[in-house]
Each structure stands twice: as structure tokens, then as C-alpha cells.
Ligand binder design. Structure first.
Ligand SMILES: Nc1ncnc2c1ncn2[C@@H]1O[C@H](COP(=O)(O)OP(=O)(O)O)[C@@H](O)[C@H]1O
Ligand SMILES: [Mg+2]
Length: 314
């Protein structure tokens, strides 16, 4: 019997429903919540697959998941890439791949990070070339963290004055300034296993409980385009469970937010039909992965050491 483990935090509905969904299927795979204490180097883990919904908030779990991966557990999402990734890199990468993204600039943090002084920033031109940045991005614009989620520290600013006011609140968070896409349609899309895509009209300007009640819907051509973009983006980044958000302006979908490796999947938040979709497809994918069995990653420079001393010398 293959085993799927779920690692999660404050979520109420999705993890238990997913365990029940997998255990209710007529397959040789069972699911349970991961139980773990302190971890030693010898920990081998009993799971074929672990679905990680929480290590972004619990660094202990991220390190534990890297060990699980080293020992052959298929971890969804890849803890190594997730640790390395950030949103600014994502925009640059998608842009190079020909995917429309808003104009974006990376800004040094307003305050010095802990244990640094002005001397730590001797390479930084000061004052910054603000005018050039504002001319490039324009207003309105979004000031938002280069890494993060949950709408934290996201500001929409309409002028230089508003920008500096918001920026002054951002402490030592590395921020980006991004062109606002003044959209007519907005989509939030689940992408699971780099192949299952579910496109949800989403109105971020509505109050929280009405965001999935948008008064627009994608045309068949837009559906095809969004599906293709979701798969390309998640394949490039290597995420197996992600949401990708697009703002559509003049018929062009701009990729806004696609680093959501533990996307909201609460029943009350995403609504019943979306919940049913994510439950079914997450279960399908995790079962498929579990049946493939454990596998040690082969793509890292350290992977070759695991194939024995001869391979390590190559
Ligand atoms: N460039 C943009 N143009 C239009 N809306 C944006 C833009 N950037 C962010 N937003 C709005 O702000 C919300 C939060 O920003 P996002 O980048 O998704 O950060 P988070 O990961 O914290 O959710 C988005 O859902 C969207 O509604
Ligand atoms: Mg978002």
C-alpha cells in the first residue's frame, strides 16, 4: 500500500476532505496527516508522497521536507525550488518566455535588514534613480513584496506622494513597484500536476466572500489561452500545485501572481464547485504520484553523489 501524507496548518476543510477523498478511492494508496517530531539525519519517512501546504510559514517543515526529498519522498511542491524562488524572478522569467507581464522594478528595502548598516550597501547608488523608475512603471502602480502572499503589504498607489508614503511603511521587506493592469476581467486558475487547469473568474475588487462571483466569464479563446499559459508557467517553474492569476487588459491576459504553492483551497472561501474540482484533481494527482513510488531527485548537483562514488567523480 502506497502512502500519501498531508502537511498543513490552519486550514480546516481541505486537508481532511482530501484524506477522505483518497481513502475513499478504490486504489492501493492511503492518505493521512503527517505526524512528525524532531528529525534526525537518519529519518527515512514512511510516505511515498507528501503534500506540503504550510512550510512557507514553518521553516522547520521546509528543512524536514528537503530531507524527505533526499530520501525519495515525492514532495509537492518541490521544497528546493520553492526555497529559491521569488516573484520578481518569476516576472522576468515569464517575460523572457514571451508571456505578458506587467512592467516591474525591484526596489531596495526601505530599512536596513537586521545586522546591516549603511556600509553593507556600498554598492547601492544613492539616492536611487526614482524618476527613471516612476517614468518606466507609471501610475497607478502596485507596491508589493518581491516574495510573499496573502495580500500582505500590497499597496495600490496613484502618485509619487502615495508611493513614498506606502514605501515608508515597508520596513526591511524587499518590494517591487509594478504597473497596475487596469483590467476588465481577472482570473484565478488552479494548475495541478502541470496539466489539470481550472479557470475561475475572480473579482478582487469585491469583498472577500463575493470574489468568486464575478460578472464576467472567459470566451472559449480566452479559456484556451489561459490554460496554455498556466501549463507553461507551472512547467517552467516546476510547481505541481499552484494558482496562477491573470488580469486582462485590452484582451491580453497579464500574469500577475503565480507563486502560490499552497494556494487557498478552503471550501468557504473558494465556493463549493471550485472546492469539488480541487479536491478531485489533487486526489488524482497525488494518487498518480504515489503509485509511481518513491524517487530521489536527479536534477541537482548533489544527486550524482547518491549514485555512488564513481558517479560523484564525473
Ligand atoms: N500589477 C497589478 N495589476 C492589477 N492588479 C494587481 C497587480 N498586482 C497585484 N494586483 C492586485 O493585488 C492582489 C494581490 O497581489 P498579488 O501579487 O497577488 O500578491 P499576493 O501574493 O500577496 O496575493 C491581486 O490579487 C490583484 O487583485
Ligand atoms: Mg495573489
Amino acid at each position: 500500500m502506497k502512502k500519501v501524507g498531508l502537511l498543513f496548518g490552519m486550514e480546516q476543510t481541505f486537508p481532511p476532505a482530501l484524506v477522505a477523498e483518497i481513502n475513499g478511492r478504490d486504489v492501493d494508496v492511503s492518505a493521512e496527516f503527517v505526524r512528525i517530531g524532531g528529525v534526525t539525519l537518519e529519518e527515512l519517512f514512511e510516505y511515498d508522497v507528501i503534500l506540503d501546504r504550510i512550510s512557507q510559514d514553518v521553516p522547520y517543515y521546509r528543512s524536514m521536507l528537503k530531507l524527505a526529498s533526499l530520501n525519495g519522498v515525492r514532495v509537492v511542491n518541490n521544497p528546493f525550488w520553492w526555497s529559491a524562488d521569488d516573484k520578481f524572478f518569476n516576472y522576468a522569467l515569464a517575460g523572457k518566455a514571451g508571456i505578458p507581464v506587467p512592467k516591474t522594478a525591484l526596489l531596495p528595502s526601505k530599512q536596513h535588514p537586521p545586522d546591516t548598516t549603511a556600509e553593507s550597501f556600498r554598492n547601492l547608488k544613492f539616492p536611487l534613480n526614482w524618476e527613471e523608475i516612476f517614468d518606466y512603471i507609471g501610475f497607478p502602480a502596485y507596491l508589493k513584496p518581491h516574495d510573499g502572499g496573502g495580500w500582505k503589504n500590497v499597496y495600490k498607489v496613484h502618485s509619487i506622494e502615495e508611493f513614498f508614503e506606502a514605501y515608508s511603511e515597508t520596513e526591511d521587506i524587499v518590494m517591487t513597484l509594478q504597473e497596475s493592469i487596469e483590467f476588465t476581467e481577472y482570473y484565478r486558475c488552479y494548475c495541478i500536476g502541470k496539466k489539470h487547469v481550472h479557470i475561475m473568474p475572480y473579482e478582487p475588487r469585491n469583498p472577500h466572500h463575493l470574489r468568486y462571483k464575478a460578472d464576467f466569464a472567459p470566451s472559449p479563446a480566452m479559456l484556451d489561452t489561459l490554460r496554455d499559459l498556466c501549463i507553461r508557467i507551472c512547467t517552467m517553474l516546476g510547481y505541481d500545485f499552484n494558482t496562477v492569476e491573470f488580469a486582462v487588459r485590452d484582451g491580453i491576459p497579464y500574469a500577475i501572481d503565480y507563486m502560490n504553492p499552497a494556494p487557498d483551497a478552503e471550501r468557504t472561501s473558494i465556493q463549493e464547485d471550485n472546492f469539488e474540482w480541487v479536491l478531485k484533481h489533487a486526489a488524482d494527482f497525488l494518487i498518480e504520484q504515489a503509485l509511481l513510488g518513491r524517487a530521489v531527485p536527479e536534477e541537482y548537483s548533489w544527486s550524482r553523489f547518491l549514485r555512488g562514488p564513481a558517479a560523484a567523480k564525473q
